[in-house]
Design a binder for this molecule. Structure first.
Ligand SMILES: Cc1cc2nc3c(=O)[nH]c(=O)nc-3n(C[C@H](O)[C@H](O)[C@H](O)COP(=O)(O)OP(=O)(O)OC[C@H]3O[C@@H](n4cnc5c(N)ncnc54)[C@H](O)[C@@H]3O)c2cc1C
Length: 466
């Protein structure tokens, strides 16, 4: 059996950047993903075989078919970024951003805009307005970017898609990894990066338990998706492409508006539950906009699962929709399922929000539920992303509950890769930037007509009933 220097499980942003950053000889690095290759994912979509698994899994990871928002900030998208000085995280994120759009002619990083007025209005009503730089990519740009990344990876590692990691165990000074699928057998590796994303979070929980890895229970957030006339939240977009508006209630409880998008709201599956997600139907134009309002619930994952399952059972397509006036009046609908304190906080937040964006109270505004985030346990890792007490075993990305977003996940993989490079006595790979060639298409596909927007919890979007 040939011993690998590095085996990466999961070819999402975390796994890809771990491999890129490790700087190891390509023949010593193997990346596996249980999902499909980029072309197969695109083909499935083009021919209408858009099974939910194709959206959330495969080379490029969960965000490949989104209308991607790359948020460059240490303030969101990572539960580990706060361990490092902000300037250090910013430097890493900009280096990642440079690799992501290397050689492509894509939009400028949308800078933080003038938002003093909106921030002051929010403050007057007890809300804080967070803005940061965002790069917004259309689906076709995201697909080209992913295709270029795949070309780059092929110079960095061996890649095997449709190959699942089913088991892992320690061996003398390394790890034995059992693979099933296109590549079968047991592989030995000095270092393993487990980056299976939310799709693999259940598997990781079981594997982590078997290996005795320590972790904190999930701290889920529960809320609703607020949907109103197109642009009803646009005042918030004056300062940032992905703003957040937060009400800190006290005792660690927060209510936050986030994930603003134009388009529809659809039922989506996440870890066996049906929750609300957003889609952007660019071809159809945007008649509606939406954003999620989430409460740090203080509930445990089992409670949130029970509540969500209750809503799923009580409605035809799994989600409940109420007019905003009905929701504000209380009683019925989501009030029959959510804890009273939670719906009360949601109502009070919406009324505060109406001071900043008065169109929220438009008669056509509705609330959809359930919206859920943070159902994933958070694994305990060192600053190098190594599982504590398990030399050579690294955890990265959304699967172990360390991040939530493309840049944050890539950053965690970067840290793991840099550690492996350092310990292997190699200089970690540095980004090489090529000159962008305007208008040159390197990716295979046109933009899908219907783009999956970012759902509330990295969920798999299922087609709406009918
Ligand atoms: C529809 C959608 C839209 C999104 N839009 C955005 C956005 O605009 N901006 C943003 O920042 N974030 C967005 N996100 C979230 C973002 O995609 C994730 O935060 C990010 O991809 C997490 O990266 P990751 O590498 O941790 O995991 P993932 O990207 O989920 O990749 C994990 C990979 O591991 C594979 N895998 C799982 N288990 C195994 C196993 N046992 N063996 C082998 N392979 C395995 C999976 O197939 C998957 O490809 C979106 C998510 C979705 C679903």
């Amino acid at each position: 059996m040939n011993r690998l220097a590095l085996l990466v499980v999961g070819a999402g942003p975390a796994g890809i950047f771990a491999a890129l950053r490790s700087g190891l000889p390509p023949e010593q690095v193997l990346i596996v993903d249980e999902g499909r290759e980029v072309e197969a994912r695109l083909g499935a979509r083009r021919f209408g075989l858009d099974v939910p698994g194709t959206i959330a899994t495969g080379f490029g990871g969960a965000g490949l078919f989104s209308n991607g928002q790359l948020c460059l900030t240490h303030q969101i998208g990572s539960t580990i970024a706060h361990r490092f000085p902000a300037a250090e995280v910013n430097r890493r994120q900009h280096a990642i951003d440079a690799i992501l759009h290397d050689g492509m002619d894509i939009g400028e990083l949308r800078p933080i805009g003038p938002a003093a007025g909106i921030a002051a209005t929010a403050r007057r009503h007890g809300l804080s307005y967070l803005q940061y730089a965002v790069r917004q990519l259309d689906s076709d740009q995201l697909i080209r970017m992913t295709t270029r990344l795949r070309d780059r990876i092929l110079h960095t590692a061996r890649l095997s898609c449709e190959t699942a990691c089913v088991a892992i165990e320690p061996t003398g000074g390394g790890w034995l990894v059992r693979l099933e699928g296109k590549l079968n057998g047991v592989f030995e590796a000095a270092n393993v990066v487990l980056a299976p994303g939310k799709a693999g979070a259940g598997w990781l929980r079981e594997t982590g338990t078997a290996l005795g890895l320590s972790r904190e229970a999930a701290a889920p957030r529960l809320g609703v998706r607020l949907q109103g006339p197109a642009g009803f939240l646009s005042a918030l977009l004056a300062g940032s492409g992905d703003p957040r508006l937060t009400w800190s209630v006290g005792d660690g409880v927060r209510v936050r508006l986030q994930n603003l998008s134009d388009g529809d709201v659809v039922p989506a599956t996440s870890q066996g539950l049906i929750v609300v997600g957003g889609t952007s139907a660019r071809a159809a134009g945007f008649e509606r906009s939406s954003g999620t309002v989430m409460v740090t619930s203080g509930l445990c994952a089992a409670d949130v699962r029970r509540i969500v399952a209750g809503v799923n059972d009580a409605s035809r397509d799994g989600v409940l929709t109420q007019s905003l006036p009905e929701f504000l009046a209380g009683g019925g609908g989501l009030d029959e399922h959510y804890p009273a304190r939670l719906t009360e906080l949601l109502r009070r937040f919406v009324l505060r929000l109406a001071n900043v964006c008065p169109e929220v109270l438009h008669p056509s505004t509705v609330v959809h539920g359930p919206a859920v985030e943070g159902l994933t346990d958070r694994f305990d890792v060192t600053d190098e992303l190594e599982a504590r007490g398990r030399p050579g075993l690294y955890l990265a990305g959304d699967g172990p509950g360390l991040t939530g977003g493309i840049i944050g996940a890539a950053d965690s993989g970067w840290l793991a890769g840099a550690s492996i490079a350092r310990r292997s006595g190699r200089t970690a790979a540095r980004p090489r930037t090529r000159r962008p060639v305007p208008g040159v298409r390197t990716g295979p596909a046109a933009a899908p007509a219907r783009d999956a927007g970012r759902p509330s919890d990295g969920v798999t979007v299922v087609p709406p009933a009918g």
